[in-house]
Design a protein around this ligand. Structure first.
Ligand code: HEM
Length: 408
């Protein structure tokens, strides 16, 4: 370790995303330097990037690996993960040609045009979930709206038949497991195994009788040997994991932030043309992947004035970078009319940039836009509701109780 005060190791608790306000901690770390040594738990010290420019540099640098295999101190854990965690065969942890091959297999499903074609279905699901509580005058926006909406959209995209959707939803929620105790690691493994089992008969069906869905496209790719059995399973689980809790958190965190800032809520309600910019600002201000994404050094690596040795983990703090005062004026202020560059980093950056970003943006735009149109006096039923109540990997809410004038 060189180039910085070696005595400073900042503690970043595993549940940092669930703290009501983790941003002062990120700020304190950044005050010591934009790349710092942090302790994630008593046995794991890693590096954390909190500066915007350094985050972009790291996310676009091909010298950093996305695969944790071979990282100092994680050898045993990784050998175990390789055996038990099928996600180790997913594009998320792949590099180079393997990554490109896996990503190309599904990227067509997420183009801007494909997503625009899906918009009427997203709107139909949005209306149906809202209809179910609109005359009641109150709702829990997490369990009745923000969580089931992305599940419904994902089910259609992948090609889960209607009768399988409740099971799919139950198994998908089981994937949301912070891997911080042996029990939770075991539960996470169990959830992935059950979801893989769930997909087996469906994959067999699609091979025999292809349809116009993502699963059929993946089965066709497998027939041409462009994707292995394990990679196919990994892909279905990755899409499930990456596609629902994230979007649910964007919608719930976003509505919560607007309700906590009534003047911003009113401005957006009164001028829906602000919606696309507002979604970007909500992603910047309260993005779901709050602690950040991991990269791994293969050789010694210079960044932000420090040299990170080979075989180390670097956490690229997306939420910290999104509030870097060197990049954003009034970084801690929510301003939906902000026209500032640079682009927020909640979806990452570079070759692993979120594949589902166009879909997530469309879902959030439709979901939040429809809520504001139908419930102009939407308000928090529990003024103390905050983002600290969730036991998940991401920054999100367990419940979001709201009240409004009932329709009809
Ligand atoms: C990758 C965030 C929604 C699928 C990522 C990454 C981030 C992210 C930060 C980069 C990971 C890295 O660099 O290591 C989000 C957020 C979402 C969201 C904040 C919602 C607000 C979705 C949706 C889908 C999806 C709806 C699909 C249905 C993926 C996939 C990757 C990915 C497949 C891996 C891309 C690759 O490795 O090349 N996402 N995501 N995401 N996301 Fe999303």
């Amino acid at each position: 370790m060189t180039g910085q005060d070696q005595t400073i190791v900042h503690d970043v608790p595993v549940n940092v995303a669930q703290q009501p306000n983790p941003y002062p901690l990120f700020e304190r770390i950044r005050e010591h330097g934009v790349v710092q040594r942090v302790r994630l738990n008593p046995t794991l010290e890693v590096w954390m990037v909190t500066g915007y420019d350094e985050a972009v540099a790291a996310l676009t640098d091909p010298r950093l690996s996305s695969s944790p295999v071979g990282v100092n101190g994680l050898e045993e854990e990784m050998a175990h993960q390789e055996r038990t965690n099928v996600l180790m065969a997913s594009m998320l942890v792949a590099n180079g040609e393997d990554h490109t091959r896996l990503r190309n297999l599904v990227s067509k499903a997420f183009t801007f045009r494909r997503v625009e074609q899906m918009a009427p279905r997203v709107q139909a699901h949005t209306d149906a979930f809202i209809d179910a509580f609109a005359t009641r005058g109150s709702a829990d926006l997490v369990s009745e709206f923000a969580l089931p909406l992305p599940m419904a959209v994902l089910s259609e995209l992948i090609g889960i038949p209607a009768e399988g959707q409740p099971d799919f939803a139950r198994l998908a929620v089981g994937l949301i497991m912070p891997p911080n105790t042996p029990e939770r690691l075991a539960k996470g493994a169990q959830a992935r195994a059950e979801l893989a089992e769930f997909f087996l008969p469906l994959i067999a069906q699609r091979k025999a009788d292809p349809k116009d869905d993502l699963l059929s496209a993946l089965c066709a790719a497998q027939a041409e040997e462009r994707i292995s059995d394990r990679e196919l399973t990994a892909m279905t689980i990755l899409l499930t994991l990456a596609g629902h809790e994230t979007t649910a958190s964007l919608i719930a965190n976003g509505v919560h932030a607007l309700l906590r800032h009534p003047e911003q809520f009113a401005a957006l309600r009164d001028d829906p043309s602000l919606l696309p910019g507002a979604i970007e600002e909500l992603l910047r201000y309260e993005g779901p992947v709050s602690r950040g994404v991991a990269r791994f050094t293969v050789d010694d690596y210079e960044i932000g004035g420090v040299t990170v040795p080979a075989g180390e983990m670097i956490i690229i703090g997306l939420a910290a970078a999104n509030r870097d005062p060197a990049r954003y004026d009034r970084a801690d202020i929510l301003d939906i009319a902000r026209r500032e560059v640079p682009q927020q980093l909640a979806f990452g950056h570079g070759v692993h940039f979120c594949l589902g970003a166009p879909l997530a943006r469309a879902e959030a735009r439709i979901a939040i836009g429809t809520l504001l149109r139908r419930f102009p006096d939407l308000r928090l039923a529990d003024p103390d509701a905050d983002l600290s109540r969730r036991e998940g990997i991401l920054r999100g809410m367990a419940t979001l109780p709201v009240a409004f004038t009932p329709e009809g």
